[in-house]
Every structure is written in C-alpha cells, then in structure tokens.
Design a binder for this molecule. Structure first.
Ligand code: BG6
Length: 278
C-alpha cells in the first residue's frame, strides 16, 4: 500500500507498507524517517523531539545533503538546501508484494536560483523491501557544467554508542574535522568522544555492528564517507535532539564529499546510492 498522508499542520509524507517492510518518507527533503522490516526494529534513528514542519529539517532518518555537503560553501546553507525543499511525487509503484518503489523529484525554482543559479533535476528513488535502497540522481539541465558535493546522512539507531564498531574504513585516509588533521587508523572504529571524520578512497562495504545487529552499507557512485557523533557537549547544543541522544545513534554518511566532489556536464547525470541491509 502507498498512501500520501499529512500531519495536522499539513506536513506531507508517504507511507509505504508491503508484505515485508514499511517506511515513511517526507516530501520535504525527500527524507525517509522510518524503515522497518516485519518483526524487526527500525534501523534508522529518529529523534523524538524532532520537528515535522516546513522549513526545518527532520532530526534523524536519512537527511539528504545536496548540492553541498557541509558548510564550506558560504553562499549555501550548511548541507545545502534540499533538506528543506519540497519535492514532488514523481511516481510510486508496487513492484512485487515485498518491494515498493517511490520516486521524488526536485527541480530548480526562483528560490533555488537565488542561492545556486543552476538548472537541475534531483530524483530520489526509494526501494523499500527486505533491504532499503536510496538513490540520488542529479541531472544537469543547464548549459554549463556544475559541481556537487552530497551525502545520504544516515542516522543509525544503535543499542548504545559504546557497543558500536564500524568496519571497512581501516587504513583509509580521513580528515578529522575537529582537529583539521589528516589521519588514518589500522583498526575498526569505536567511538568514545565527539567524532567528525570525512573518509576518502572508500571502496568497500561499510559494516556497522552493535550488541543486537549488523548493518551493511553497500554504496555506489561514492568514494567518501562521513562518520559522525556529536557526543555530549555538541549534542546538548543541537536542535531537535535531547542532550543525551548521542548514545542512541551514529551517522555513517554515504557521500561525494571533499575530494570526491563530482562535476556534471550539461544533460549528463551522476547517481549516488546506498543499499542498507541488516
Ligand atoms: C555532519 C557533519 O555531516 O552533520 C557535522 O560532519 C554536523 O559537522 C552534522 O554537525 C549535523 O549537521 P546538521 O546541520 O544536521 O546539524
């Protein structure tokens, strides 16, 4: 079943239910904020104090950072403008009893042109089934080449941040944005303090393990990834989350960030995607 629903304030989302999984996807930001397989807990973390209202990004789920990841470009909002832009529903179909596909579309508007003077289409395709696939396809509809950086900023729900181990990024170079230092580590990642790292040369699946489960991230069109947890001090200053929420999630972001930026020629496209399975 595919239904378009709204909160009391008119904030719209799409609810998908099939024989194996269910999901909720907000039209603002093409933002999936719930994905559950039957009999299992949600793999996505959602802050119970998040807003669901126009103009504010949902805290949790998979925010889409586009056409910029981060805040290096001062002419654009941090993580770009797609998080708070309203997408249209381009198509939705029940491919089988256990697989549903939803496609959302964002095109340039007067408002986006004022921030970023480019003609574009951004299609975000969700495949909800035994696994969750999210695909971001950027199409250049302009006469000039343009550059993007982007991320699927996934908040994973974890038993406790103390139990988390992340595999697949060993030996990969990363920028520790807290120290502004390049580094790499031999071992898998454990987190016991604020962590904000942009990894490059990512060429393997990333595996997230906690006490209860293992989640595999299979990315395409990406060779960078961000591992982020705000920890106590930053977490207590952040909008839309409780001060101690840092214990409950870790963000592993499938990206085209920093050196992994992409140039897209007129009428060409670039697709970034991730498949999440547990
Ligand atoms: C991460 C960044 O991707 O997103 C962090 O690496 C940032 O530096 C975090 O704090 C959350 O950003 P925001 O804009 O959603 O609060």
């Amino acid at each position: 079943m595919i239904q378009v629903k709204s909160f009391e304030n008119g904030f719209k989302y799409i609810e998908v239910t099939n024989d194996i999984a269910s999901a909720k996807i907000a039209l603002q930001g093409a933002h999936i904020y719930e994905y559950k397989c039957k009999g299992k807990d949600d793999i996505l973390w959602l802050s119970e104090t998040s807003s669901f209202e126009d103009g504010t990004a949902i805290r949790g789920g998979i925010p889409i950072c586009w056409p910029r990841f981060g805040s290096l470009d001062e002419s654009l909002p941090a993580h770009g403008f797609s998080r708070t832009s309203k997408f249209e529903l381009l198509g939705a179909q029940e491919i089988s009893r256990t697989l549903t596909e939803v496609t959302l579309l964002l095109k340039d508007t007067k408002e986006s042109r004022a921030l970023w003077d480019v003609a574009f289409e951004l299609e975000v395709i969700f495949r909800v089934g035994e696994t969750l696939k999210v695909e971001m396809k950027t199409i250049n509809r302009d006469k000039k080449e343009f550059m993007i950086t982007q991320a699927l900023h996934t908040y994973f729900s974890v038993s406790s941040i103390a139990d988390v181990k992340i595999f697949g990024l060993e030996e990969k170079p990363f920028l520790d944005t807290l120290k502004d230092e390049e580094s790499s580590e031999k071992k898998e990642i454990s987190i016991d303090a604020e962590c904000d790292r942009v990894y490059q040369d990512v060429d393997r699946d990333i595996v997230l393990k906690d006490k209860n489960r293992t989640i595999i991230l299979k990315a395409e069109g990406s060779s960078s990834a961000i591992v982020w947890n705000p920890w106590i001090e930053k977490g207590s200053r952040m909008s839309g989350m409780r001060a101690d929420a840092y214990r409950e999630f870790v963000c592993i972001e499938t990206a085209n960030a920093f050196n992994d930026f992409r140039l897209i020629k007129p009428q060409e496209s670039h697709t970034l995607s991730v498949i999440l399975s547990s």
